[in-house]
Design a protein around this ligand. Sequence first.
Ligand code: G6P
Length: 368
Amino acid sequence: AAAEKGGYEHFMMKEICEQPEALLKTISPRIKNGRIVLDDLKLTRADIEKISRVYIVACGTSYHVGAVAKYAFEKLLRMPIETDVASEFRYRDPILDDKTLVIIISQSGETADTLAALREARRQGARTLAIVNVVGSTIANEADDVLYTWAGPEIAVASTKAYSTQLAVIYLIALYMARELGTLTEQELEEYTKALEKLPELAEAALSGRETIQYFASQYFNAKDMYFIGRNVDYAASLEASLKLKEISYIHSEAYTGGELKHGPISLIEEGTLVIALCTCGRLFGKMAANIREVKARGAVVLGLCTEEFAGEMKGVADWQFCVPKVPDFMLPSMSILPLQLFAYYVASMKGCDIDKPRNLAKSVTVE
Ligand code: G6P
């Protein structure tokens, strides 16, 4: 078993560290001469032009990819997008027709609710596209189209490299569709495609500086609860960061949008409450800085996560800070999640939790 873990103590850490390579395998075969090529896609330009609505449906961590995708698709395609958890989607009588594209995201390709959502979408005549990691799984077989995340086997229950590679496939699809629809300028397309190609290398950079995160975890692993706040894609990434922490460390945590703080959760902030503020979205940095001041005024201890260009400003605002490389806004969760996966891991490890097999959770939920 030790050999299988490639020298790492847990599969989760191995898989966290494999992310740059998994991203490379997922992205590089699909970009040729600076152009996105999705050979495996049957969806034609005519099909794409017909689409008037997109639903993104998944469970758990895959659903959190959908949360990012909503922002990315709306920005790049200027089209209404809805993201829903599969167990809600399948019972809500969704509005589906042949102009609807339903994107199904699943690492295993076997999650019961996700599979049922796919079948419902197909039954009602929607076009379906699945993003799946396990080759030949049921969801991969039944969807009209499938794009694989070449993450390799993911063993740890808490998903890490599947999340990162699913995000990469979302960016690939969004950019591909944007080109077909002409919703981006040539210059924007080129810039974003280049940024996507650089993602593996930047992921490596975001994962370095691990000792800082480990030290930070050592200061707070006894916390009873924590709050993650963010706006826009930083909020979407907060959802996943909060899930990682609660899955493996059993610390109660919540993710909130910065703007909603005043509408409830600020009442829970006391002397010493830990708040992790995701502030990578440059255009919203000022709003987040104001939120940090609000929670600090009530005694919170704040870790601010931002891109390098805001490092100086963050110093005067948060108690702790961590920087990640700058990428186009809609890709920021690919950077910000990496130190937060590490944080969850270190906290769980310091608490002595069973990291790869957390209590009550399963890798693949094949019953409803
Ligand atoms: C389970 C796993 C999660 C995963 C979710 C969806 O809850 O523990 O890590 O995100 O299922 O799984 P899927 O295979 O459909 O992505």
